[in-house]
Design a protein around this ligand. Structure first.
Ligand SMILES: *Cc1c(COP(=O)(O)O)cnc(C)c1O
Length: 403
């Protein structure tokens, strides 16, 4: 037992996932288990498998695995490709690096466009590499949409245009684990062959579900794929899903939660959800600039609506700073990962978050900078408040004009 007193109120969970869970979702999950081979489950599964297509913006199938997002990566690769296939990847950050490591372990040949983690997947560099691939040896282009480690976002529509312009037949795979439900993902319009997602970020659910939104082209590729697969096999899953069932025990209660989380996103309006994330990211960057600190993402084109990675001045340990904030204010900030470990901390502004949560989080960061003795200018939280107040005024004027 700790001899520390209880800390009152909710913890500020400002990591970029898992994210805080809305009360309506928590209540939906808090249900007795039902028979996953019975008619009640069948109705739930059929409803949710249909409803989930909305947030993927697809008319095609969405597969739901009881797994973490990483399982979704593996499923997409082993269902569509064959050992020895070349895949093109862009080093946007730690998650891209992990996806590449998985490709290597599976016996694929990843080509990695190296980068400094300070921009997202760059269409021009992808185009340059694909242009050289005259024999179409590259079978898939794999892009992390929102790179949660570096706080950068890839322009998916532009990357699609590159593939179209070059008439390159590669499959287009997108890791949308931290973007689905926070940043617009248009699977059909952008011709994405597998959208890989997870439950615990923009979808505001506990960890435990992985998604594969799969195009017809991906399903066709699956027919000739030579990777062994069993748990991840799309064909078994789709055959069972057609009747509202799963080939093994599904995460029943997370599906109850998903049903409601999708309603929450639709009730707010997808565009309003995306706009809210952009607003909170802008408020956060304004605070960071006012403090005189540096945002890791170095090109505004790639700024992330979901998470802001902040560089500390040389000689200051970002993990020690995070520990000060956690201890004093019960706020969890994201750690720097991989090659920026200890150098950056991350402010998550993703999921079920409002203006006051962000103001509180930025206030906590500013107080933490003071306590940890990190050189900075004061007033970043104030600057964010002014921006949010301005935006609130604009949106009420807009609403009034529409009435
Ligand atoms: C969180 C995350 C993952 C990994 O998801 P897990 O559920 O931890 O397996 C992959 N990619 C991105 C971009 C993420 O943010």
């Amino acid at each position: 037992m700790s001899n520390r007193p209880r800390s009152a109120g909710r913890q500020f969970l400002q990591i970029p996932g898992p994210t805080p869970i809305p009360d309506r979702v928590l209540r939906a999950i808090d249900m007795p288990i039902i028979d996953h081979r019975g008619p009640e489950f069948q109705r739930l599964a059929k409803r949710v498998l249909e409803k989930v297509k909305g947030i993927f913006k697809t008319q095609s199938k969405v597969i739901i695995f009881p797994a973490s997002g990483t399982g979704g990566w593996e499923a997409a690769l082993v269902n569509t490709l064959s050992p020895g296939d070349r895949v093109l990847m862009f080093e946007s950050g730690q998650f891209a690096a992990l996806w590449k490591a998985m490709a290597l372990r599976l016996g694929l040949k990843p080509e990695f466009i190296e980068s400094d983690w300070r921009i997202g997947a760059d269409p021009a560099q992808i185009e340059a590499r694909l242009k050289d691939d005259k024999n179409h040896e590259i079978k898939a282009v794999c892009v992390v949409h929102n790179e949660t480690a570096s706080g950068t976002t890839a322009p998916l529509g532009e990357i699609r245009k590159v593939l179209d312009k070059l008439k390159h037949p590669a499959l287009f795979f997108v890791d949308a684990v931290s973007s689905l439900g926070s940043i617009d993902v248009r699977q059909d319009e952008w011709g994405i062959d597998a959208v890989i997602a997870g439950s615990q970020k923009g979808l505001m659910l506990p960890p435990g579900l992985a998604f594969n939104g799969v195009s017809q082209k991906a399903l066709d590729a699956a027919k000739v794929s030579r990777f062994p697969k069993s748990y991840w096999a799309w064909d078994d899953m789709l055959a069972n899903n057609a009747n509202g069932f799963f080939p093994y025990t599904p995460a029943t209660n997370l599906l109850y939660g998903l049903d409601v989380a999708l309603d929450l996103l639709a009730e707010e309006g997808y565009d309003n959800v995306f706009e809210r994330h952009l607003r909170h990211a802008e408020a956060t960057r304004r605070a960071v600039n006012a403090w005189g600190l540096e945002v890791l993402c170095r090109d505004p084109k790639y700024y992330s609506p979901v998470v802001t990675s902040v560089l500390l001045p040389a000689g200051h340990d970002a993990d020690a700073f995070r520990a000060v904030v956690l201890e004093n204010f019960n706020m969890a900030l994201g750690a720097g990962l991989g090659k920026v470990a200890g150098k950056v901390f991350r402010i998550g502004h993703v999921g079920d978050t409002n203006d006051l949560t962000i103001v509180g989080a930025l206030g906590g960061v500013e107080m933490g900078l003071e306590l940890a003795g990190i050189p900075h200018r004061k007033g970043g939280a104030q600057v964010a408040m002014e921006y949010l107040a301005q935006q609130a005024k604009k949106s009420s004027q807009k609403l009034a004009a529409a009435e």
